[in-house]
Design a protein around this ligand. Sequence first.
Ligand SMILES: CC(C)(COP(=O)(O)OP(=O)(O)OC[C@H]1O[C@@H](n2cnc3c(N)ncnc32)[C@H](O)[C@@H]1OP(=O)(O)O)[C@@H](O)C(=O)NCCC(=O)NCCS
Length: 184
Amino acid sequence: MLSYKVDDETELRLIEPRHAERLDALIERNREHIREWSPWFKDDRSVENTRSFIRRNLSKLAADEGFALAIWHRGEMAGQIEYNYFDWANRRTELGYWLGASFQGRGLATNSCRALIDYAFAELKLNRVEMRCGVENVRSRRIPERLGFKEEGVVRQAEWLHGRFVDMVIYGMLASEWPANHRS
Ligand SMILES: CC(C)(COP(=O)(O)OP(=O)(O)OC[C@H]1O[C@@H](n2cnc3c(N)ncnc32)[C@H](O)[C@@H]1OP(=O)(O)O)[C@@H](O)C(=O)NCCC(=O)NCCS
């Protein structure tokens, strides 16, 4: 029901409890692909993890602390995108995302990010959007780079990823720099 159109074939929809099986099936079909760069991925996960994630996500939305949306493409659930948090005192947020492997290479993540960045600046009146990518996650790094984010630095051993610490690159975009805000 609640959806945000990205383009004619792609929309972002709030993830509801009734989507649990479908979301879980997408995650299970893409176990290795998603796990590689996702610290939240537990090896002994099950649909119960997905159900509690959906409940937590709806509580987070209600508390105005961030929310995740499913990316739907041509009527299929393709992946997920989220505002990891809203830091209202400093008017900033951070985006996270993943796609099923077969949905890569079509611009779905980049275009969904663009939609959430537009929304963050235009509707939520935030001042800063951040993305953090593993230094070696080249495919993910291309997303903020394609969107014109500034590479601001590397935080060392910032994430515990399946038994090892990984360095993260921080990318930032300010409201004053975002192209959509310069349209007259
Ligand atoms: C990170 C991840 C979402 C990137 O997926 P992706 O498909 O490369 O990203 P996009 O959906 O934005 O697609 C971009 C690709 O589609 C191509 N493309 C095709 N049509 C396009 C369009 N209309 N607009 C933009 N790009 C388009 C681009 O050229 C690009 O390919 P390239 O990198 O070979 O040049 C995906 O690899 C993933 O889910 N990885 C595992 C989880 C993960 O790492 N999450 C991020 C943690 S920080």
